[in-house]
Design a protein around this ligand. Sequence first.
Ligand SMILES: [Zn+2]
Ligand SMILES: [Zn+2]
Ligand SMILES: [Zn+2]
Length: 115
Amino acid sequence: MELFHASKGALAHADIEKNSSAAFDRVTIYRTLQTFVEKGIVHTIPTADNSVLYALCKDECKAGHHHDNHVHFICDICGTTYCLDNVSIPPVSLPDGFIKKQADVVVSGICKNCR
Ligand SMILES: [Zn+2]
Ligand SMILES: [Zn+2]
Ligand SMILES: [Zn+2]
């Protein structure tokens, strides 16, 4: 949890492993992250290379029920992934018979710290 609060952007599994104190092995970290996701503490962000990032959720998220319909931004220069909490994912209308479960919008570009 401290790692999430200390980081300005999202964390990858490897970042967490690298930064956590020795007592945690890979599996423990993975399980902990899964628990955090289930409890509505963190949400996952898909990336172009198929790895998954984790970021802290806002207060609205509850166990088993996330409300993270915000856009994510990946900076091409520093590689930081940001949660753009104030930018919501535009509604997508699906054809009849399709049920939307989750939509992920990831925008890449240059962040304000790298301009
Ligand atoms: Zn959430
Ligand atoms: Zn940047
Ligand atoms: Zn987010």
